[in-house]
Write a protein that binds this ligand. Structure first.
Ligand code: ATP
Length: 462
């Protein structure tokens, strides 16, 4: 993990939030390379969940919502984690997570006093992760919702305007709007990528648990009791999507929830083997009619769907997928990070799928101090830049060093213009005129490609 965090900072992927002020716990900024990778991941997700699907609709809902939304969703009353504070160093721990580490399961429905009793019974086995002492204060429930003071000065400001604790609520709120405006055939899905904020007690493991993050969610609205087959299909679809990103299948696994929320029919997580071990990257939930029923109750708006086909009226059931973008980003980085021997040296290389790579290609002249090579290399660069956007020009140092720099950021192709390309110099091969060398990141193999074919060559491999 340390190596990944260090590379991410050194190479402009991810920076600690507010770093010049000493940082801000649980918050990270994406740098120039990171934002490209993030956008490519979002694009890949959007393509798979909206563009490529016939019956899915994308939305982008506002972050601020009527405060009642978070009452209906259960976040105001129940979105809390149990914490205990170390009396020695003031570190706060998630009681349920620490219990889990020693093989003790805390039931989701447990009250504060029940949890406290369970924790008390196991105090002698739980050490503070920071100072190692076993001297914790009492267990307290801690609400994770982040509040704002929006509207405090108006009559609307009776309860705080929360920041979203999860992104999916915007989809439920717009269910009726989508039915009315898009007239979708049932069943149909709605997809959204949105920010979420949680007052996490112990943000940790880099992008794994942060206080501000993004979720990519789909909600599939189905007729009552038509959940089983569709749920299995969605699970398979999501699994395959990770493989399409080049994620090593042996690092993925399914985990079924052993404790279900009272309304849930089934719940599975896709876990990835992060450098810190297997942990959740996405939840896939069979939620019954809970969400729309709750919003019907709290808003007083009828969210029944009237089926034109058979005249029936029903509250749709929902199959949900919810993935954390930061966790995906971390998984993709960890999956790509490789240290290996090449040409007698150890190199660090990010073996990112080409469609995800922040820089698609880097163009160089063989030698920096030869204007004729520079000129041709600039020409090649301009062609590729226009076509792909994220293309670099690099004439610093020798070619070997340029390759290493590009390897570290995962650039799939390095292109070099040499004397053969321009057809001038000693011992040149006339067959290679107007051709460049293209070096493959993963194998280090080089081949000659005509400049006129270069864009097609890259596109075909992306
Ligand atoms: P956990 O048990 O790890 O706290 P969760 O079960 O509360 O996660 P959900 O509420 O189901 O998570 O959210 C769906 C997805 O959002 C998770 O699978 C995860 O990828 C992401 N996510 C949740 N909390 C965080 C966080 N604090 N930082 C980054 N991503 C998160």
């Amino acid at each position: 993990m340390e190596k990944i965090v260090s590379l991410a900072k050194r190479k402009g992927f991810v920076f600690p939030g507010s770093e010049i002020y000493g940082g801000f716990a649980g918050v990270y900024d994406f740098g120039p390379r990171g934002v490209e990778l993030l956008n490519n991941l979002k694009q890949a997700w959007w393509k798979a969940n909206v563009s490529d699907k016939e019956n899915y609709f994308g939305i982008d809902s506002a972050m601020f919502k009527n405060p009642k939304v978070w009452e209906a969703s259960g976040h105001v009353g129940g979105f809390s984690d149990p914490l205990a504070e170390c009396k020695e160093c003031n570190t706060r721990i998630r009681v349920d997570k620490e219990l889990e580490k020693i093989g003790v399961t805390a039931d989701e429905k447990m009250s504060e006093s029940e949890l406290a009793a369970l924790f008390d019974a196991n105090r002698d086995k739980i050490a503070c992760p920071k100072c190692g002492k076993m001297n914790f204060g009492p267990v307290k429930m801690f609400n994770l919702l982040v509040t704002s003071n929006l509207g405090d000065f108006t009559s609307e400001g009776t309860s705080p305007a929360y920041l979203p604790g999860e992104a999916c609520q915007g989809i439920y709120l717009n269910f009726k709007n989508i039915v009315d405006s898009m007239q979708p055939k049932f069943p149909f899905g709605v997809a959204q990528i949105g920010k979420a904020f949680r007052n996490e007690i112990s943000p940790r493991n880099f992008l794994f648990r942060t206080r501000e993050f993004e979720q990519a969610d789909t909600q599939y609205f189905i007729r009552p009791n038509e959940n089983k087959e569709a749920y299995e299909a969605i699970k398979q679809d999501r699994w395959n999507w990770y493989l399409s990103l080049g994620i090593d299948e042996s690092k993925l696994r399914w985990k079924q929830h052993d404790r279900l929320a009272f309304y849930a029919k089934d719940a599975w997580d896709i876990e990835y083997e992060f450098p810190t071990g297997f942990d959740e990257i996405e939840g896939i939930h069979d939620r019954g009619d809970y969400d729309l029923s709750q919003h019907m109750k709290f808003s007083g708006t009828d969210l029944n769907y009237s089926d034109q086909e058979n005249g029936q009226k029903f509250v749709p059931w929902i199959l949900e997928t919810s993935m954390g973008m930061g966790r995906l980003f971390l998984a993709v980085l960890a999956n790509a990070y490789t240290e290996e021997e090449m040409d007698g040296e150890t190199r660090i290389v990010l073996k990112l799928a080409p469609h995800l790579a922040p820089v698609k290609a880097c163009v160089s002249p063989l030698l920096k101090n030869r204007p004729e090579l520079q000129e041709k290399a600039r020409e090649v660069y301009a062609i590729l830049k226009k076509k792909f956007g994220n293309v670099m020009y690099d004439d610093n140092g020798n070619v070997g060093k340029r390759y290493r720099r590009q390897d570290e950021i995962g650039t799939p192709w390095c292109i070099v213009v040499d004397f053969d390309t321009i057809g001038s110099g000693e011992n040149i091969n006339p067959d290679f005129k107007d051709m460049v060398t293209v070096r493959d990141r993963d194998t280090g193999n080089q081949e000659r490609v005509a400049i006129s074919e270069l864009a097609n060559y890259i596109e075909a491999r992306m």
